[in-house]
Design a protein around this ligand. Structure first.
Ligand SMILES: CCCCCCCCCCC/C=C/C(=O)SCCNC(=O)CCNC(=O)[C@H](O)C(C)(C)COP(=O)(O)OP(=O)(O)OC[C@H]1O[C@@H](n2cnc3c(N)ncnc32)[C@H](O)[C@@H]1OP(=O)(O)O
Length: 322
């Protein structure tokens, strides 16, 4: 089936498509997300399925797909896609999850009917626990390189994303989790969680491209203090220093982001170009040095001292339960 063609044969968008089975047609209509056809199709929905239009419309307006730890919900009414990380126990970023995020973001970027993305978590109390530490502890060389390259690629895509991105931070968000949130255009965080770059606490160093974002948001002095001490800001502190834009009760996070998005009625081209002007220097800097960045990451991670500290940190996480 050709994307952009109305499954109801309303005359918009190309050659007629006919389906013997009305249910299949409904599914096609939802997949195509062709809201401008809704009015035209009202008549067909009623006559073919016998179902009330409102019922069909509700199903049409929101399509949900789930794949590789990610849930993608598309609201065709608002043009907003909610990308929900759903990889228990803590949404840690391992190789496969990073690849999945990269691929999914690419698909959302190409989706003509999507104007904005809400990045959030489907897990209780956790937005994202950052990089999967087990990828860096006693690693296989080839996989370690692939892991880092996937993180770079995913970040470049998210940070340079042409559509509006908002983070709905519904739980803790350390290190790589903070990177995801900071890469969005706007951040709403739930009360009583923590966020920040705590890498030094693990005996590792935040890469320069993580640090660039921090300095851009917090300023030089505060970044120096927070980065050296590996500080995790409480939600309320994060609001004070500008790391997040709003702090609200947990249940209000998504509605607050949705409201904020509805108020961003800015011409898309002007907004997108402005974002690009502000951000391109950072992602291009990484893009131009990706190989060197990967080699220094691999070299540093394999240092005996770093391995020892990572091992102890992993153990301390496991010991928490005892
Ligand atoms: C001088 C040398 C320079 C070297 C420089 C090299 C450059 C390296 C750059 C790397 C940049 C790194 C970025 C990162 O993101 S590192 C990861 C940082 N993340 C954290 O510190 C978070 C750790 N986790 C927590 O604090 C808590 O788990 C959390 C608050 C997120 C949730 O707490 P909760 O109590 O709900 O859950 P548990 O702690 O019981 O965890 C459940 C299980 O999940 C495992 N876990 C948690 N976090 C991670 C993780 N990030 N990676 C892998 N696994 C994780 C945890 O061990 C539990 O596992 P078990 O159920 O098996 O016990």
């Amino acid at each position: 089936m050709r994307a952009g063609t109305c499954a109801w044969n309303c005359g918009r968008g190309g050659s007629p498509l006919r389906y013997a089975n009305a249910e299949r047609s409904m599914a096609a209509l939802r997949t195509l997300r062709f809201p401008s056809c809704l009015a035209f199709c009202r008549k067909h929905v009623n006559s073919i399925t016998g179902r009330s239009f409102a019922k069909c419309q509700a199903r049409f307006l929101s399509s949900v797909t789930e794949r590789d730890g990610l849930q993608v919900s598309h609201n065709s009414n608002t043009g907003v896609v909610t990308l929900s990380m759903n990889k228990p126990p803590v949404n840690s970023l391992n190789l496969e999850f990073l690849q999945s995020m990269h691929k999914t973001l690419g698909e959302i970027q190409d989706d003509q009917d999507c104007r904005a993305v809400i990045l959030t978590s489907g897990l209780t109390n956790i937005f994202c626990a950052g990089l999967d530490i087990t990828e860096m502890y006693q690693p296989d060389d080839k996989r370690l390189r692939e892991f880092w390259t996937s993180l770079q690629d995913m970040w470049i895509r998210l940070y340079s994303f042409p559509k509006t991105t908002m983070a709905a931070i519904t739980g803790h968000s350390p290190a790589g989790g903070a990177l995801l949130a900071m890469s969005c255009d706007y951040r709403v965080m739930a009360e009583n969680f923590t966020i920040g770059l705590n890498e030094t606490k693990l005996g590792i160093v935040a890469p320069t491209w993580f640090i660039d974002l921090y300095v851009g948001i917090l300023g030089q002095r505060l970044s120096e203090l927070a980065l050296q001490t590996g500080k995790l800001f409480t939600s309320e502190e994060a609001l004070k220093v500008g790391l997040v834009d709003q702090v609200v009760p947990l249940n209000d996070v998504i509605p607050t982001v949705e409201k904020e998005l509805s108020e961003w009625k800015i011409p898309a081209l002007a907004r997108g170009m402005t974002k690009d002007v502000l951000r391109r220097i950072y992602w291009r800097k990484l893009q131009e040095t990706q190989d060197v960045d990967t080699e220094s990451f691999v070299f540093l991670i394999k240092q005996e001292k770093v391995q020892q500290t990572l091992g102890l940190y992993l153990q301390s996480l496991k010991n928490k339960k005892k």
